[in-house]
Design a protein around this ligand. Structure first.
Ligand code: FO1
Length: 334
């Protein structure tokens, strides 16, 4: 297999999912297992990407790739199962930076990607090739082939994402987020080509990812926002906030620091008129009326995913919900 990895064009995809890493990857896996091969395209946040120890690291693309391929470490949510850490031990002994843990198996992907990027391949080509070579029969795409980075304005200064999230363990208090590069960034080349040919998906799913860290970098790209505002299919988001808490990561902490109530309602308001449907957890059933009062369709479902049965059940229910919205041809809210 050479450069373009899979011969299946993106236009085969019927469902497009927007995802960050850990939480989003779980639903992406369920969607992939539920839909026929190549019917799903997952677009991954690349605002978390960074250069480290001479390597190009793409955490969310890799988390989704590993999840879809069945290679992910279930407990950590990032990196590979059965990982060993001998390269890190050597790096530590040499006095190199060891705050970002690169497992031995995982390292191979970073080395290969860095070489491919230096050889002139685009991130879209590399993501598709990595996925196909690891046995994934779904389309995986970066949000852009251009460089967009997430930066956080905090009480410890303006920080690059991984410096904030991993090195400083998300402790600094966040007052604003920046996405340098977003305004100039283009849609990833395979998506731009598919859209130029008149393709559109039947459903768009915003996975239960951190809205500020994982989905906003995508929405900060004007070409993405323009397309999502115009696209003629239901857009359904799944809340990453359950019972007033984030299942993983720092979404709840950040929500508070940005002056919002920690609630699924805040997530729905954050996405606003972009959405046609919103899925909240059974723990938040009491919020359905409040969230739906401005015409947004709300579905209450068990959204906490412990295993593949949970992921598949949520994926099926989300697709059924989106299908019901399409069938009833709602007046577009955007
Ligand atoms: N997250 C951590 O909390 N600590 C780590 O050392 C770490 C290493 C790492 C290596 C490769 C990779 O793909 C992801 C990694 N992550 C690590 C996760 C990552 O930083 C974040 O979970 C995402 O960027 C947020 O979605």
């Amino acid at each position: 297999m050479s450069g373009s990895a899979s011969s299946v064009p993106l236009t085969e995809a019927r469902v497009l999912a927007l995802s960050g890493g850990v939480g989003g990857a779980k639903l992406a896996r369920g969607l992939g297992r539920t839909l026929p091969d190549w019917h799903l395209a997952v677009v991954c946040n690349t605002g978390d990407d960074f250069s480290h120890l001479g390597l190009e690291i793409c955490p969310d693309l890799d988390s989704v790739t590993y999840a879809m391929a069945g290679l992910a470490d279930a407990a950590r949510g990032w990196g590979r199962a059965g990982e060993t850490w001998q390269a890190m031990e050597t790096l530590r002994a040499l006095g190199a930076a060891d705050w970002f843990a690169l497992g031995d198996r995982d390292l191979g992907l970073h080395v290969w990607r860095t070489e491919r990027l230096r050889g002139g391949a685009t991130l879209s080509e590399i993501a598709a090739e990595a996925a196909a070579r690891l046995g994934v029969s779904q389309h995986l795409l970066p949000m852009s082939d251009d460089v967009v980075r997430t930066r956080l304005v905090t009480d410890a200064g303006t920080l690059d994402f991984q410096d904030y999230f991993v090195r400083r363990r998300a402790v600094p208090v966040v007052s604003a987020l920046q996405y340098p590069g977003a305004v100039e960034a283009r849609l990833p080349a395979p998506l731009a080509a598919a859209l130029a040919g008149g393709w559109h998906p039947d459903t768009i799913v915003i996975c239960p990812s951190n809205p500020y860290l994982s989905i906003d970098p995508i929405l900060a790209i004007p070409a993405w926002r323009d397309w999502l505002t115009r696209v003629d299919c239901p857009i359904v988001a799944v809340s990453p906030i359950v019972g007033g808490r984030a299942l993983k990561g720092c979404a709840a902490k950040m929500m508070l620091e940005l002056g919002h109530e920690v609630s699924a309602t805040t997530v729905a308001r954050h996405y606003g008129a972009l959405l046609d449907g919103f899925v909240i957890d059974t723990a938040d059933a009491a919020l359905a009326g409040r969230i739906g009062c401005d015409g947004l369709a709300v579905r209450v479902l068990p959204t906490v995913m412990y295993d593949d049965a949970d992921r598949d059940a949520l994926a099926r229910a989300v697709l059924e919900f989106a299908g019901s919205l399409a069938a009833h041809a709602p007046a577009r809210r955007r």
